[in-house]
Design a protein around this ligand. Structure first.
Ligand code: EPU
Length: 337
């Protein structure tokens, strides 16, 4: 065997939910060459690709090989007028990458500060926050085909980005490993602070003139005030997607609940799942080792020794009560393994 695999390895510190499951084999790869060699070696027929582990809920021991992508590197690809094309490799930490772009004065990612996870995972579900999604500045990515071991390039269109969606979660699921991504950032940034809470936070901070750093600091402060830090309390951010409902259903609900928050999405309406869950009485509720977070009902947490099964049972109970009260189905956003 060319590569050294760890056996019966605990993934507890490799998933932000902090679920203690084991995988049969585990290996970290720092280069494309090593990744190819591991794939060629085929030590197990089932392979799971791990990035930052921040959007995963493990529900059982994994019987196959887990490959942790640790391929690092970030550089300017080219500059064109006021635009900088930046290439980042999959194993870089997302937040550290965002901070690096801010230090260099390149705008576009500041609203996405402090999102846990790795750069390779970001396009998988088109990460987004505070009115910005990565698709807004995405140019292309390179990904390794798991069978042919060829590197393929995907432009914006080929990625089929949607709300927390991409082709890599759907039609091409489990077929590719994202290696690097190119973003088009701006050296003359325009700030996107229309998301109410950011303006409020900037005011609280006494900011007169906005900068990439101050917008990032505001986003960090908002996230820290609402979202549990996975280092302290295990979680995977939003557990569910915000449901999108049609006008007729919206009108009826809005009449019953005039204070219900919503965002208009073309002809439809997106309703914050956190609000729906709170209305059903789950916010802050502790159920065994798990629960819905007290400051943001959309986030399910692990208070210590939760199992994935326990979290799933809670998630199902929440889905059922939202369905019963509002006749709305909320879909899980986290990947269940
Ligand atoms: N709300 C409640 N109760 C709650 C939580 C929220 O009433 O327990 C209400 C809030 O008062 C507000 C509205 O719901 O009126 C929206 O809340 P928030 O701004 O916190 O955003 P969200 O829609 O709940 C989404 C993303 C987050 C992202 C924030 C900010 C999804 C599934 N989640 O949450 O993303 O940080 O917007 O842009 O779209 C993630 O994906 O892991 C994540 C944290």
């Amino acid at each position: 065997m060319t590569n050294n695999y760890l056996e019966n390895f605990s993934l507890k510190s490799y998933n932000t939910f902090g679920i203690d499951v084991k995988c049969r084999y585990f290996i970290e790869v720092e280069s494309i060459e090593k990744l190819k060699s591991v794939l060629e070696e085929k030590i197990s027929p089932s392979i799971f690709i791990l990035g930052g582990g921040s959007n995963i809920l493990f529900t059982h021991d994994y019987p196959g090989l887990v490959i942790k992508i640790n391929i690092k590197g970030k550089q300017i690809e080219k500059e064109e007028g006021n635009h900088v094309f930046v290439k980042v490799h999959a194993g870089e930490s997302w937040h550290e990458f965002v901070l690096w772009t801010i230090e260099n004065g390149w705008g576009g990612l500041e609203n996405l500060s402090l999102i846990p996870g790795s750069c390779g995972a970001a396009p998988m579900q088109n990460i987004g926050a505070y009115g910005v999604e990565i698709k807004d500045v995405f140019v292309r990515l390179e990904a390794l085909h798991r069978e042919s071991l060829e590197v393929h390039t995907f432009d914006h269109e080929a990625c089929h980005f949607g709300y927390r969606e991409s082709v890599f979660k759907r039609d091409l699921k489990d077929q590719y490993i994202i290696l690097s991504i190119v973003y088009r950032l701006s050296s003359m940034p325009r700030f996107n602070t229309s998301y109410g809470a950011i303006e409020e936070e900037l005011e609280k901070m006494g900011v007169k003139e906005k900068s990439l750093k101050s917008v990032s600091d505001a986003v960090i402060a908002i996230r820290q005030s609402k979202l549990p830090n996975p280092i302290e309390i295990g979680n995977s951010g939003s557990f569910f997607k915000n449901p999108v409902i049609q006008k007729s259903a919206f009108d009826a609900l809005h009449q019953t609940y005039p204070s219900m928050p919503y965002y208009k999405v073309e002809e439809d309406y997106k309703i914050p799942a956190g609000w729906l869950i709170e209305q059903c009485g789950w916010k802050g509720k502790v159920v065994g080792n798990t629960g819905s977070h007290a400051k943001q009902a959309l986030v399910l947490v692990n208070y210590g020794d939760a199992t994935g099964e326990e979290v799933i049972a809670l998630a199902r109970a929440i889905q059922a009560s939202v369905k019963a009260k509002f006749d709305i189905e909320i879909e899980m956003e986290v990947n269940i393994v």
